[in-house]
Design a protein around this ligand. Structure first.
Ligand SMILES: NC(=O)c1ccc[n+]([C@@H]2O[C@H](COP(=O)([O-])OP(=O)(O)OC[C@H]3O[C@@H](n4cnc5c(N)ncnc54)[C@H](OP(=O)(O)O)[C@@H]3O)[C@@H](O)[C@H]2O)c1
Length: 328
């Protein structure tokens, strides 16, 4: 049971989108899924791309209407499906002095919550944030299950923000799986913290640390891979279905008992303090500031850090196994 208010298709009135011209800015992970799902739900949707866009050919091939970024002022619903750090400059260039009433749709909360964009009063600002990557959003639309999403209202104009947000969320398929109402704060902070410490940073970091410990003590890399990375997907799926304790109950007694002993020593008080420090750096806006500076710096620090992870034996071994799998 969720304490968040959750909406389904029968709570959403799609007719509010009938006279709306919807622009999806960008045709990457989320942009493609939003555009195709909205189009297949009968919406009038156009994908807007910069002139030199490498995605235009793909969009055209997939039968999506495309236009130029400079056409933005023709649309009354604008969905920002470009990287978060690129959005403030686009808003500033096309909308800073806009006097027309529009609905701006963000797919992640940071730019509104941390005030990276000074939205005009005449712009409704809503968040429709799918709980997964664009590929998943498209696949679940096509197979009819839908992918759940968050909905938040940041700024309203003429009481249109919520009905339009619900209709859009339903039209991308989320009405089938659940549209969870939240706030920009909770989505922005929760999303960043969850990905940094568990879904992306935590998983990649713990995987590599465990792998390295085994290999440094003489266990062959292939052996270490088969004992860890190879089995991650199955165990992650069990956590989603049954929760952490439910997963532990479903593995062997040996695995379960050893894990129950290891957990408190691995995730002790100092670990908790490090987690909290990351949380407060996100909530206090320091991470947001760092990301904006890094973007201005052409992601040089990012490239250096990524290269370190690419050099790890856990990465090389994963690549080797993938190549072997693809061999005929
Ligand atoms: N990816 C996810 O799993 C996920 C999940 C939930 C929410 N979100 C949110 O969804 C939003 C979009 O993320 P994404 O991962 O889908 O983005 P993405 O795949 O990186 O976006 C790529 C698209 O953005 C365009 N683009 C990049 N910079 C641009 C600029 N300066 N001007 C115009 N177009 C530009 C690219 O154009 P070209 O074709 O010209 O290169 C491309 O079409 C973000 O707010 C993100 O936080 C993402």
């Amino acid at each position: 049971m969720s304490e968040l208010k959750v909406y389904h298709s029968h709570d959403c009135d799609r007719s509010v989108l009938q006279d709306r011209h919807i622009a999806v800015v960008g045709y990457g992970s989320q942009g493609r899924a939003f555009a195709l799902n909205l189009r297949d739900s009968g919406c009038d949707v156009t994908v807007l791309l910069r002139q030199q866009s490498t995605s235009r050919n793909v969009a055209v091939k997939e039968g999506v209407k495309t236009g130029e970024l400079s056409d933005l002022s023709e649309f009354n619903v604008v969905i920002f499906a470009i990287p978060d750090h690129e959005q403030p400059a686009i808003y500033e260039e096309y909308f800073a002095t806009d006097e027309v009433q529009r609905i701006l749709v963000l797919l992640h909360g940071s730019n509104f919550h941390f005030q990276n964009i000074a939205f005009c009063e005449n712009h409704g600002v809503i968040l429709v944030a799918p709980h997964g990557p664009g590929r998943n959003l498209r696949e679940t639309y096509l197979n009819g299950t839908g992918l759940s999403c968050f909905l938040a209202i940041g700024q309203d104009v003429s009481d249109t923000a919520k009905p339009i947000g619900l209709a859009l969320a339903d039209a991308i398929g989320a009405g089938k799986a659940g549209i969870y109402e939240t706030t920009f704060h909770d989505e922005a902070v929760g999303d960043l913290f969850g990905e940094q410490t568990l879904l992306v940073g935590g998983l990649a970091g713990l995987t590599d640390a465990v792998f390295r410990t085994m290999v440094d003590r003489g266990i062959p890399p292939a052996n270490a891979y088969l004992e860890t990375i190879k089995q991650l997907k199955l165990l992650a799926a069990m956590i989603e279905e049954h929760g952490p304790a439910g997963m532990i109950e479903r593995v062997s007694k040996t695995a379960a008992f050893g894990s129950l002993l290891a957990m408190p020593s691995l995730f002790d008080q100092t670990f908790q303090q490090r987690l909290e420090a990351i949380y407060y750096a996100i909530e206090g806006g320091q991470f947001n500031q760092l990301l904006l500076e890094e973007a201005k710096n052409d992601f040089q620090m990012y490239e250096g850090l990524l290269n370190l992870v690419k050099q790890r034996l856990s990465q090389k071994t994963s690549e080797q196994f993938q190549q072997d799998k693809e061999k005929p």
